[in-house]
Design a protein around this ligand. Structure first.
Ligand code: AGP
Length: 600
């Protein structure tokens, strides 16, 4: 949600910043801007409403500089417009900001009372004025002065024409990472903007600032105590940030699932004891046996994957488990129990609601594990232990490979907990074999893409759709509906199939198709009765299961009943993708959304 990139060094900053903004555009795409310090020491700023391409079109040919900052925005305060786009400027100072300044209204009023004319409606602009008004000689101290007046979250990058060879960046709740080059330095909110230039990075901690010059950096806390940071090497592959010939990142990431699932399983299955080893759990067998309940927290698709996880844990380990939106949990003064294991799920590891839920739990003494994709992210660092997905960077706003990888990690965790408790070796062996079969079976489903695309183009003509599923099929129905509405904007509502006749059956008509998740499990007959009720009311039914159950049937290969939901998800991802593509939508950048919701 919003992207920051910054550069200081001998090269022209503009192409580097523009390249970084293009890589960060998935995080926010309603406006973009740049500020660079030109060779004559002047501040040059360009901003444009719309995409990074609109900013590129607005840049004059001779727009160059050696130190600069850039930003791509997802609006929170003030509508998307040229003036509300970042950087915000006050005299010699320009600032880009991710996050929310909570006391912006008071600060704006104080600045206005002092005669400062505010140009934008944003909370971020106050930072530029506060820094410019500081009497500190060093830019770092001026930034520190300004931040001491601010309440809220931020990742910021600042340039000042009085210090033309210096960048200052700071972090509190919104990530900032430094990239170390050869006699040049980079900074960004996300390594996506850096991988093209360097593999050596330094992650700032909350409450930390860095003064960055071409030949190095120094870090300190907000109260001016020096900190010592060691660079780490990013192992990610640059190609992971390219669409590599695919029409969209969403389609590429759907196709990456066999490999992502292989990586999630990599080295974690134990054929001797028919269990799973998860190195980072920090939970010994005795502690694992003491767990009386599991509570899983996440937002959006991460929550639905958590719901799948709760079912897996309850089925395989026989520990009562449930999932709850982290965004609700954090506000309801939850009762935190000592023998409950809390698990936070997040692809980005940055989702603010999930992060605050984790912090609230830790504050109350709860034990929290993370199931996270982004290595070293805020949520991963905040937890007592956890499991990484190793799905690789997910760029499309609509989560696909992270969703399936999360479900696979939960299957591993459920197997691990189950084998410490009462899951038999035979059942352990059965689940291990099922997990190993998943990548090949996902690849088999992907081969049906043409058939699914034709059905999706037909379904895209409807205004609304119902998604239903029972028990294991229920989170799949929810995720299917979420995917469809996110990218195609076709209204989609998910219900447990068992709840249909308690209300939503009233909606069923020839104008409202129903997508039904109908695996060959012990609830198949119940599901078939529900389909009969829909068809009796002339509702069109599309089934996703193991058998042809009518004209519109999508089938997947059979795995173990506990793992089947992972496969049943894949056709629904393709259905959503192709419905959106058929409607001509910008699939990777759906309206009103952005990747990683780092604000409340
Ligand atoms: C998924 O398609 C959505 N874009 C969204 O629901 C997402 O899963 C949610 O915001 C949580 O993100 P996280 O996994 O990065 O925490």
């Amino acid at each position: 949600m919003c992207g920051i990139v910054a550069y200081v060094g001998p090269r022209d900053a503009v192409p580097i910043l523009m390249e970084g903004l293009t890589r960060l555009e998935y995080r926010g795409y309603d406006s973009a801007g740049l500020a660079v310090i030109g060779r004559s020491g002047d501040l040059r700023v360009r901003k444009a409403k719309g995409r990074v391409a609109d900013l590129a079109a607005a840049l004059p040919a001779r727009f160059k500089g050696r130190t600069g900052i850039g930003h791509t925005r997802w609006a929170t305060h003030g509508e998307p417009s040229d003036v509300n786009a970042h950087p915000h400027v006050s005299g010699p100072v320009a600032v880009v900001h991710n996050g929310i300044i909570e006391n912006a209204d008071e600060l704006r009023a104080e600045l206005e009372a002092d005669g400062v004319a505010l140009a934008s409606q944003t909370d971020s602009e106050v930072l530029a004025h506060l820094i410019a008004r500081s009497e500190a000689a060093e830019l770092e101290d001026a930034v520190r002065d300004a931040l001491s007046q601010v309440v809220g979250t931020y990742g910021i990058a600042v340039v000042d024409t009085r210090h033309p060879d210096t960048l200052v960046v700071a972090r509190n709740g919104s990530p900032v990472v430094l990239g170390i080059g050869e006699k040049e330095m980079f900074a960004a909110s996300d390594i996506a903007a850096l991988v093209r230039y360097t593999r050596q990075v330094v992650h700032l901690d909350d409450g930390e600032l860095a003064t960055v010059r071409a030949d190095g950096f120094r870090t300190s806390t907000l109260d001016a105590r020096a900190t010592s940071k060691k660079p780490s090497v990013i192992e990610t592959d640059e190609a992971a940030y390219d669409a590599e010939g695919y029409t969209h990142f969403m389609r590429k990431e759907i196709y990456e699932q066999p490999a992502a699932v292989e990586r999630a399983l990599g080295g974690r299955l134990d054929d001797r004891f028919h269990t799973a080893h998860l190195g980072g759990l920090n939970l010994d067998p005795r502690e694992a046996r003491g767990v009386r309940r599991v509570k899983i927290l996440g937002c959006g698709s991460a929550y639905y994957a958590g719901q799948m996880g709760a079912q897996l844990i309850e089925e395989l380990a026989r520990i009562p488990a449930d999932a709850e939106p982290a965004s609700e949990f954090r506000y309801r003064n939850p009762v935190v129990e000592p023998d409950t294991l809390y698990i936070a799920v997040s692809q980005s590891g940055e989702t603010y609601d999930t992060l605050v839920a984790v912090q609230e739990l830790r504050r109350k003494g709860g034990r929290v594990l993370g199931v996270v994709n982004a290595v070293g992210s805020a949520i991963a660092r905040e937890c007592d232990g956890g499991v990484y997905l190793h799905a690789g960077p997910e760029i499309a706003v609509a989560s696909t490979k992270a969703f399936t990888s999360t479900a696979v990690v939960f299957a591993l965790l459920a197997l691990h907990l189950g084998r410490i408790r009462d899951l038999s070796p035979a059942d352990g062996r059965r689940i291990c074999a099922g997990l190993r079969a998943l990548p090949g079976q996902i690849a088999e489903i992907l081969r049906q893409e043409d058939e699914i695309a034709a059905l999706a183009a037909d379904l895209a003509t409807y205004r609304s759709m119902l998604f239903i599923g029972r028990v294991r099929g229920w989170p799949i129905a929810r995720e299917g509906a979420q995917k469809l509405k996110e990218v195609s904007y076709v209204h989609a509502e998910a219900y447990p199939a068992s709840e249909l006749k308690h209300g939503p059956l009233a909606l069923v008509s020839p104008e409202l198709p129903t997508v039904a998740v109908v695996p060959d499990d012990e609830l198949r007959d119940k599901n078939l009765s529900t389909l009969g009720e829909i068809r009796a009311r002339r509702g069109r039914v599309i089934t996703v299961g193991h058998q042809e159950l009518g004209d519109d049937s999508l089938t997947v290969p059979k795995n173990e009943p506990e793992l089947d939901p992972i496969l049943l998800t894949i056709p629904l991802q393709l259905l959503a993708y192709h419905a959106a593509a058929a409607l001509g939508h910008d699939v990777d950048k759906p309206r009103n959304l952005a990747k990683s919701v780092t604000v409340e």
